[in-house]
Design a protein around this ligand. Structure first.
Ligand SMILES: Cc1cc2nc3c(=O)[nH]c(=O)nc-3n(C[C@H](O)[C@H](O)[C@H](O)COP(=O)(O)OP(=O)(O)OC[C@H]3O[C@@H](n4cnc5c(N)ncnc54)[C@H](O)[C@@H]3O)c2cc1C
Ligand code: FES
Length: 356
């Protein structure tokens, strides 16, 4: 069910001092499996010092590029990103899960829209895929990117963005916000925070004309920007957020305080690749994902923190309590979707579908 595929790395380039771009060779028989939509991500898995380590990385290539490429920025003290930057070379073989994620909107060559994106640091990765794909697919659409960095030397994809500006003159607007390098226009110095966002909207962005916003970067920046946009009247549904959250803490589950109805145990049925797998677990004490892994079931997961949505599933019968959710949108929750790594059964039986 986790469906990892061993892919060969065809190229590794240094984008900045602490970021590599990694391209995978996808054999003909896996082309369909690795077909992706702009803004999706891959889960990579490696054995690092005897541990199975999995992390998500956004695809940075455009759908039309016919290339599968991600960028990995070193996180200080981080296990996978430092291993990858030090060890990954052309010719290496690594386990890769097929593309996932919903950080995108439907595109059509018949529509002309105004898109706005806020990115900081490695948050540029999905944006590059989204911007390139959108500008290529929709000849009448425009894209504005506000991209926060410390200085020019830390800008990931600087050359590629510059090429895009030349190629889509008048359709692609790029504004760099630098926190440690002075630029001529004072508004472009500093960090992307509430005040900066308000000033940009006052002086640079005609918010009423914007059809869709994408935000990806540090958690605080995303909350600040989203809040300001909504305060200025932008509908929440028009704002898409992708959290990388390397630092989201793993929280211990706190069981519900109400007396549990029925028995202490829950009969669990998981629908995976058409098969119905059943087991019993104690209610409200362990996540469905952890309980299933203990049963030896090959589950799909990566962060186990409610961030990456790799473990997304649909509760079709019974009830689960969900702890952290940084990945699912309101309409998905309303539609019964859940994250199995954060789902604790509270009814006598649950049926959970992973094939949706
Ligand atoms: C959907 C999605 C897309 C993503 N896309 C990208 C991308 O395109 N590019 C990219 O670079 N990243 C991306 N990420 C982030 C990426 O998945 C990793 O989280 C990131 O590379 C850090 O992983 P790591 O193993 O290096 O760090 P980890 O080992 O997971 O550590 C992360 C941080 O936690 C700290 N830490 C670790 N263990 C402890 C501990 N026990 N106590 C206290 N602190 C601790 C570390 O010092 C570090 O600062 C994405 C994440 C998601 C969810
Ligand atoms: S494994 Fe990442 S959200 Fe569950």
């Amino acid at each position: 069910m986790s469906k990892f595929q061993a892919l060969t790395v065809s190229q590794v380039t240094n984008e900045t001092r602490d970021t590599i771009a990694v391209t995978f060779a996808v054999p003909a028989e896996l082309q369909e499996v690795f077909r992706y939509t702009q803004g999706q991500h891959l889960t990579l898995r490696a054995d690092i010092d005897g541990e199975d380590v999995r992390r998500s990385y956004s695809i940075c290539s455009a759908v039309q590029d016919n290339t599968l490429r991600v960028a990995i920025k070193r996180t200080p003290g981080g296990v996978f990103s430092n291993w990858a930057n030090a060890e990954l070379r052309a010719g290496a073989v690594i386990d890769v899960m097929p593309p996932m994620g919903h950080f995108n909107v439907a595109l059509s060559p018949l529509q002309g829209k105004n898109y706005l994106a806020f990115a900081a640091g490695s948050g540029i990765t999905p944006m590059l895929s989204i911007i390139k794909t959108t500008l290529m697919t929709e000849p009448d659409s425009n894209f504005t990117l506000i991209y926060g960095n410390r200085s020019s030397s830390s800008v990931i994809f600087r050359e590629e963005l510059s090429d895009l500006k030349d190629r889509y003159l008048g359709r692609f607007k790029l504004v760099y916000i630098m926190s440690r390098e002075l630029q001529d226009i004072a508004l472009f110095n500093g960090r992307i925070n509430k005040e900066k966002c308000e000033s940009l909207i006052a002086d640079w962005i005609a918010l009423d004309d914007i059809d869709q916003v994408f935000i990806c970067g540090p958690e605080q920046m995303m909350h600040d920007v989203s809040e300001v946009l909504q305060t200025k009247g932008m509908a929440k549904e028009k704002i898409k957020i992708e959290l990388f959250a390397a630092s989201v803490p793993k929280r211990a589950h706190v069981a519900g305080t109400q007396t549990r109805a029925g028995s202490q145990d829950c009969d669990v049925t998981l629908i995976i690749d058409g098969a119905h797998l059943t087991f019993k677990m104690e209610k409200d004490t362990e996540s469905v994902l952890d309980a299933a892994l203990k049963q030896g079931i090959d589950m799909r997961y990566s962060c186990k923190s409610g961030v990456c949505s790799t473990c997304r599933c649909k509760v079709v019968e019974g009830k689960v309590d969900m702890d952290a959710n940084y990945a699912l949108e309101d309409y998905e929750i309303a539609g019964g979707f859940a994250l199995s790594c954060q789902s604790f059964p509270v009814s006598d039986n649950v049926v959970i579908d992973f094939d949706h």
